[in-house]
Design a binder for this molecule. Structure first.
Ligand code: GUN
Ligand code: FE
Length: 441
């Protein structure tokens, strides 16, 4: 016998019809078998009585840097390029396999405890194996990219790579890890951004992404100084430059896209490029307000991420959903991005961004059993009747009672089942202090 039964939930399916189903869920072999009615005669290893809790597809954060979790509080109150050159890059250069593992564990603990089940993460240049190894036993689903940087003099020597070496290492990591842990761990190419990558590197990544069918995860048009640098260097807008390198394809995932004009958005739409919106990070770094309503109107997939803990500083998807909605309310008027749209971006669009729309993103028979239960009886939920409103405008990560990935219960009654959050936090604190000392902070 195996399997998991959830009884008596309010299931926010996020299927195409946006059905909300009062009922049960049956999971076997890590996949959803049925949604709605599960007969009493059905047997499973474990039955969880949801007591009316919201059952929601696991959140998919499509832009994050697990490795930056140890930098939280060490890089506040700066704009992007100073933030990178004076704080974040020196700290990334000071990472060791042990500090990377501590950062990944701390991030995974926070993410799973607050309902994020999948991440697309850009790690640092070196030692990405340590991140995969740390994530494997914890149960987080992750698409992990080794950061690639082979240009720009502001990059610390330890992080600056030779072009071919960066490509070879990225391919070697994909060979070692892509598809491991029953498909839960995947690899991506992660050229950091056009500023710190040569054109030869970007062109080679475009070809390798096509050859291997892997996602390309990069940053684009986050900040006005960044796009000015690219224009000065290439004579093109950032998006035109990326298109010129051959990178624009449905596998291209662009974090931020705050400063993309109408014509660039059309190029992105035409090529099926994905946008990874990070409202919390855009606010804290003062990057700007992304044209999310306009991009969605053009049919561009816009999903959500917290970005790193050094520029947010939460890793809580509920916060990003709320910010996504309220920022568009300021830009384009209330209702221009509804609470339901925000949940869609956090689930279905996330799955689409990483090419796993057939596997993830909704509560439907056949999909992987990745979901969370949000307690119904929180004081700040009273007396809302609408699940989307409650999830986006009232809920926080601390309201997550249960988190399940691949049918495995990783958070149960607000407690992690596979790791000790206190031990992980203690290690994170120790490693962060040592790392900051190595970086000279
Ligand atoms: N652009 C290039 N690198 C980074 C990074 O680490 N974080 C953010 N927010 N933007 C970037
Ligand atoms: Fe980022």
């Amino acid at each position: 016998m195996d399997g998991l039964i959830i009884r008596g939930a309010t299931i926010v399916t996020m299927n195409d019809a946006f059905e909300v189903v009062e009922g049960d869920l049956l999971v076997r072999d890590g996949r959803i078998v049925s949604v709605g009615f599960v007969p009493d005669s059905e047997r499973a290893d474990r039955t969880i009585h949801a007591h009316g809790a919201f059952l929601v597809p696991g959140f998919i954060q499509t832009h994050i840097h697990l490795c930056q979790t140890l930098f939280r509080g060490y890089a506040d109150d700066l704009a992007l390029l100073d933030w990178l050159t004076t704080r974040v890059w020196p700290m990334e250069a000071a990472h060791t396999p042990a500090s990377l593992a501590a950062a990944a564990r701390q991030a995974a603990s926070e993410l799973l405890l607050s309902g994020t089940t999948t991440v697309l993460t850009m790690e640092t240049v070196h030692d990405t194996d340590a991140v995969f190894e740390a994530l494997d036993p914890m149960g987080l689903r992750a698409v992990v990219g080794k950061c690639m940087m082979d240009a720009d003099t502001a990059v610390p020597a330890r992080l600056l790579e030779k072009t071919q070496q960066s490509l070879d290492e990225s391919v070697a990591i994909a060979k070692r890890w892509h598809g491991r842990a029953n498909g839960r761990l995947r690899a991506a190419f992660a050229p950091r951004f056009a500023v710190s990558c040569s054109q030869a590197l970007l062109e080679a990544v475009a070809a390798l992404s096509q050859e291997h069918g892997l996602v390309v995860h990069t940053h684009a048009s986050e900040n006005r100084d960044e796009i000015a640098l690219i224009r000065a260097r290439t004579g093109r807008s950032n998006i035109d430059y990326l298109a010129h390198t051959g990178l624009t394809s449905p596998r291209l995932c662009l974090a931020h896209c705050v400063w993309v004009d109408d014509r660039e958005q059309s190029v992105m739409a035409e090529h099926g490029v994905k946008v990874l919106h990070c409202p919390g990070s855009n606010l804290k770094l003062g990057s700007g307000l992304a044209p999310v309503v306009e991009m969605r109107a053009k049919g561009i997939s816009v999903s959500l991420g917290a970005d790193g803990a050094a520029c947010n500083n939460h890793l809580d998807m509920f916060e990003e959903m709320r910010l996504a909605a309220v920022l568009q309310s300021v830009r384009k008027g209330p209702g221009s991005l509804t609470a339901r749209d925000a949940v869609w971006m956090a689930t279905r669009e996330g799955a689409r961004a990483i090419g796993l729309e057939r596997e993830l993103g909704s509560i439907e028979a056949g999909k992987r059993a990745d979901f969370l239960l949000v307690d119904r009886d929180r004081p700040q939920f009273m007396a809302s009747h609408d699940p989307y409103s409650t999830l986006v405008y009232s809920a926080r990560g601390t309201d997550v009672r249960t988190t399940v990935v691949d049918g495995e219960v990783l958070v149960d009654a607000f407690r992690s089942t596979r790791w000790d959050p206190d031990a992980i936090a203690t290690a994170a604190r120790t490693e962060a202090a040592a790392l900051a000392a190595r970086a000279g902070f």
